[in-house]
Design a protein around this ligand. Structure first.
Ligand code: GLA
Length: 390
């Protein structure tokens, strides 16, 4: 499969630009096991890189032109590499261009001088788009890793994650945190990335799903999810308001016992947003500990509590996600929750292998009964992070 896409992205490059690329780099999408909307609150997250990837074929040019093409759009975007800005016409090309812009920005803020020459770039991906599996971070990280090498920028993987996030914030215009890029760059086979978003310290924690006869099912509801829409930004603003009402720099500084005071000093909606983040941080810590001490079959309750908190307190779930979660649990999943930014996208269900058929068929049947669109259901496994392929 991987070899087929590598060949096809090379062929696509050659057909578009008329010569062979210097190399092909890949970066995976991610799924978040637990820890939602905690990253931009300097909290904890626990995602893993998945076995779905974006591949980029790239060559440097002699001039300053950046040309970006892909298998999913007939357009070729062209821009001066030293003049990348946020514009409407960037469209999907804002992701690769954002990464190219951010590497230059980051290097200049670190006092590193690089010669950012132009490049030709062709992209192909099997990360589903809009499913909350970070197809965008996969593009950013693959391009960032490639340009870091070709421009000899010498940034490490944590800095590249920061570059991906900067590009997404400033060139795409989505006020997202650093979780997705960190998972895509730091992922390891069969491990999740336990990341402290304040210090950016991370640890790979073994998942052990296969040994325990478990698989993680993705239920892509196909309900559109876009991080540039207002819901994500308004949740982020509510968190900032809650932190300021409590006199702290970020919600990371609060613990569960502070919720008594929080309820007194803010309105009910802000309080519930804050309660989600504070309890979710604790659930990440509990999940990591439980996984280590008792194995993956012990984390189901925490996953479900996370879903309920997002549904009731953070209010970012939709009916299709709730249906997927409840149906999965009713038919044998150990735990299930929506994953990613919310307002659509995918749910995950940690499911014993012998129950996969029943869980999948029940969700399909329930969606049909309720008149929802047909979801896409497939398993994912924890994969290695971004790398050079050829
Ligand atoms: C999106 C963002 C992440 C994170 C999640 C919610 O995936 O890109 O930074 O905030 O939503 O946990």
């Amino acid at each position: 499969m991987t070899d087929t896409i590598i060949n096809s992205v090379k062929t696509g490059f050659e057909a578009t630009y008329g010569y062979a690329p210097t190399g092909v780099w890949s970066a995976p999408g991610r799924v978040n096991l637990i820890g939602e909307h905690t990253d931009y609150n300097e909290g904890f997250v626990f995602p893993f890189a998945i076995n779905r990837h974006t591949f980029v074929a790239i060559s440097l040019r002699d001039d300053k032109l950046a040309r970006i093409s892909s298998s999913f759009s007939p357009e070729i975007h062209e821009v001066e590499v030293t003049n990348i800005q946020r514009t409407e016409s960037n469209d999907w090309a804002a992701y690769p261009l954002g990464a190219a812009w951010a590497i230059q920005e980051l290097c200049s803020s670190l006092g590193k001088s690089i010669s950012a020459t132009g490049f030709d770039c062709h992209i192909e991906s099997d990360v589903p788009i809009g499913a909350g599996l970070s197809s965008s971070a996969a593009i950013e990280c693959a391009v960032a890793l490639a340009l870091n090498e070709l421009w000899d920028a010498g940034l490490d993987r944590r800095q590249l994650a920061r570059a991906g996030q900067m590009g997404e914030n400033q060139i795409v215009g989505a006020p997202t945190g650093i979780m997705d890029q960190s998972a895509s760059l730091l992922g390891e086979t069969d491990h999740a990335v336990f990341l402290d978003c304040r210090t950016l310290e991370s640890e790979a924690v073994e998942l052990g799903f296969a040994v325990e006869g478990l698989e993680l099912l993705i239920i892509d509801t196909k309900v559109a999810h876009r991080l540039v829409d207002g819901g994500y930004a308004s949740r982020r603003a509510a968190c900032e308001l809650g932190a300021s009402k409590m006199g702290v720099g970020s919600l990371r500084d609060l613990s569960i016992k502070d919720l008594v005071k929080a309820r007194e000093v803010m309105d009910d909606v802000t309080f519930r947003r804050v309660r989600h983040v504070v309890t979710e941080n604790q659930r990440v810590l509990d999940t990591v500990q439980s996984l280590r001490e008792k194995g993956p079959r012990s984390i189901g309750q925490l996953m479900h509590a996370s879903h309920e908190s997002m549904r009731d307190d953070f209010e970012i779930s939709v009916d299709e996600l709730d249906t997927a979660v409840e149906t999965a649990i009713r038919h044998g999943a150990i735990g299930a929750r929506m994953t990613g930014g919310g307002f659509g996208g995918a749910a995950i269900a940690l499911t014993p292998v012998e129950k996969i058929g029943e869980v999948s068929l029940s969700i399909l049947a329930e969606f049909e009964l309720l008149g929802y669109g047909k979801p896409d259901i497939f398993p994912v496994s924890a994969a290695q992070g971004a790398k050079r392929e050829v």
